[in-house]
Design a protein around this ligand. Sequence first.
Ligand code: MOS
Length: 700
Amino acid sequence: MTDVLEPRAIGRDLLRRDGGLKVRGTAVYADETPVPEGAGPPAYCRVVTSTVARGRIVDLDTTAAEALDGVQRVLTHATAEHLASTEDRELAVLQDAEVGFRGQIVAAVLADSDEIAREAAGLVEVRYAAEATNAELRAELRADRTDLYTPEKVNAGHETDTATGNMDDALALAPVTLERTYRTPMQHNNPMEPHATSALWTGTHLTLWDSTQSVHRVRDTVVQVFGLAPEQVRVVCPYVGGGFGSKGTPHANVVTAALAARALPGRLVRFALTRQEMFALAGHRTPTIQRLQLAAERDGTLRGIAIDVVEQTSKVKEFAEQTGVPTRTMYAAPNRRTTHRLAALDVPVPSWMRAPGECPGMFGPEVALDELAVELGIDPVELRIRNEPEVDPETGRPFSSRNLVACLRAGAERFGWADRDPEPGTRRVDGWWVGTGVAASVYPTIRMTKSTATVRREGDRYVGRIGAADLGTGAYTVLPQILADALGVDEARVDVLLGDTDLPEASVAGGSSGTTTWGSALVEAAREFRDEFGDDPREGDEAAADVPPNPAEQEYVMSAFGAQFAEVRVHADTGEVRVPRLYGVFACGRIVNPRTARSQLLGGMTMGLGMALHEQSLLDPRTGAVVNHDLAEYHVPANADVADLQAHWLDEDDPYVNPMGSKGVGEIGIVGTAAAVANAAWHATGVRVRDLPITLDKVL
Ligand code: MOS
C-alpha cells in the first residue's frame, strides 16, 4: 500500500502556469525556435510526397528545383545520408526507391526561405512504377479474408486473444442472444500545432526542437536511426500545441529534419508539416470492425460476452491496438472471448489517437448493451448495474477502486434519466426528434516504469526537474502542486522544469500516465530530499529518485470509470444531428487540480462528440489517399457543435494507485461518448446506427 500524500496544494483549482504565455502568444513552439547564437541563417525544409500508394520511384529529376536561386540542397534516396538503422520502415526516410503509402516523403528541399523551398518542391519531377493498391478494410467475416493475421504486438502488452468458459455454449443455451457488427472509421489527430522540428547540427552534436510528447523517446530514436551516442543528441520541447498521441512516437518528419540538419551543418533547419501532410505522416486511428456477441438471461444477467476485432495496419510497419481489451474487464459474464486480427494494407502507418483501443473498443460493446436492453425491456442504466462484477472478470483480482455504478446513478440523477420513456421515436419538439442515451467509460490507471526526478533547493525556492511533457494538459501546473505537498511547502515556492533531454529521463506523456508516473517520481525525490536535508535545506542541496514500483499493481486492477449521458436531436426533415446536452460523471481517484482536470475531461468528451458526429478520414481505395485531408473537410467540433457539456466527478478514495491517490484523466473523457450519442440517436429516431460517424444520411 502506498502512503497517500496529505493534500494541501493538491485539490486546488490553480491557474495554469503556462496559461498567460500561451494566451499572449509568447510561448515558443518548435517551429518558432530563435536561431541560436553562432548559427548561420535559418534554412527551410519542404518535402515532396508520393502520389502513388504502392510502387517504385523510377525517375526523380531535381534539376529545375536545384537551379532555383536560394535552394541549398535537394535530398532524395539517391543523395540522402544512409541511416545506421532502417529497421523501422516508417522512419527509413529517403533510403530507397520503394513507396509504401500515398503521401510518403520522396524528396526534401532545403532553401533560404520557406517560399523558395515550397516553390522548389513543386519543381521536383517524380515518375513512379505504380503497383496495384490494396487500401480498403472491407470484409467483416474473417472466413472471407486470407490476408488477416494475428498481430505480433497489441498495444501496452496485452494478449491478442483471450477466452474464458465457452462462448459457443453460452450462445446456444442462453434464452436471449444478440450478434451485431459495429464499425469505427479511420480518424486523424489534428492538434492545432502541426508536427514540427527545428534542427541544428554543430560539430558532432545535434539539437532538435521538436513538438513531442516525449523528448527522451525522440532522442533515443534519433540516436538509434543515425547511429549516434546519446550525448550527441539533445531534444528540447518546452511547449506542445496538442498531440493526442500523434506526437507520442517520433514520425518521419523528425528523421527528415535531422537529415536536413546534417546536410547543412551550422544552420538551423525548420521543418513543419502542412495540415495536409499530417494526414499521411503523423499516424491515424485505425478503422475497426467489431463483431459483438451477447448471451443473456431474461433478467439481463450476462451469460456471455464476446468481441472479435478486425483493424488495419500498414504494410510498412505493424501497429495494433487493444480494441477488445475493455470488454475483458467491464462486465461480469462467466463466458467470454476477445480476439484481434489485422489487415496489412497500402496505407500510412496507424498510431495512437486519444485512448487508442479503449475509445473505439467501447463503441461496439456499449451500443450492443443498449440493443440488448431494448430487447429485454430493461433500462440500460439498470442493465449495466445488474452486470457489475465483484472483481475483475479477467484476472479475478479486486479493483483498487471501481465506482461505475455510482457514476451511473449520479449521472442519471443529474441528467434527469428517471423520466425517460423507453420507446424510441416518440418525442418531437419543434420539428426535431429528441432522444437520450447512456454509455459507460473506462480507462486503465497506468504507471510507466522509467522516470527520474530531481529536487533542488535554489535560493528561496524548490526546483523539481524531470524531462516530461505538458502537451496542453496541465503538467506544468499539477506537478508543482504534487511536489509542494511532498515537500510540505507552499506551492508558490515550487517550480518544476520539463521538456528537455538535459533534464532527468521521463516517460512519454501518453496513456494518461503522466501525473501518476512523474508525480510518483517527484514524491520519491522529495522523500529522499527531506530524509537527507531535513526541513531546513541549504542552497544547492539536491536529491534524485526513480519512479518506484508499486507492489499494489500485483494485487489490484486499477482503472478509472465513468458514465456519459447524451441528449440528441435529429431534425425530422433534414436529418441534422445535434447534441444539446452531454453530461459525464467520472470516478478518477483524487482530482489534483479541478480546473485542469475538468478541461481534460471536457476536451475528451468534445473529441468524443466529434467521433460520434463528424470525424471520418475518407480513404479512396483506388489511390490510397485521404481525400478530406484538411480542416475544411475533416470536421472537428466547433463552438456551434458544443452546447451544454458538463464533466463531473465523484470523490473517490483510492489508496493503492499512487501517493496522490489520482487516476489519469486525459483519455477517459473520449471513451464511451460516441456510444452514448449513438444510443440517444436511436432513442430519438428508432434508427440504430452501427457505423460511425452518425451522419444525416444514416438517420433519415
Ligand atoms: Mo495518448 S493517445 O496515450 O497520447
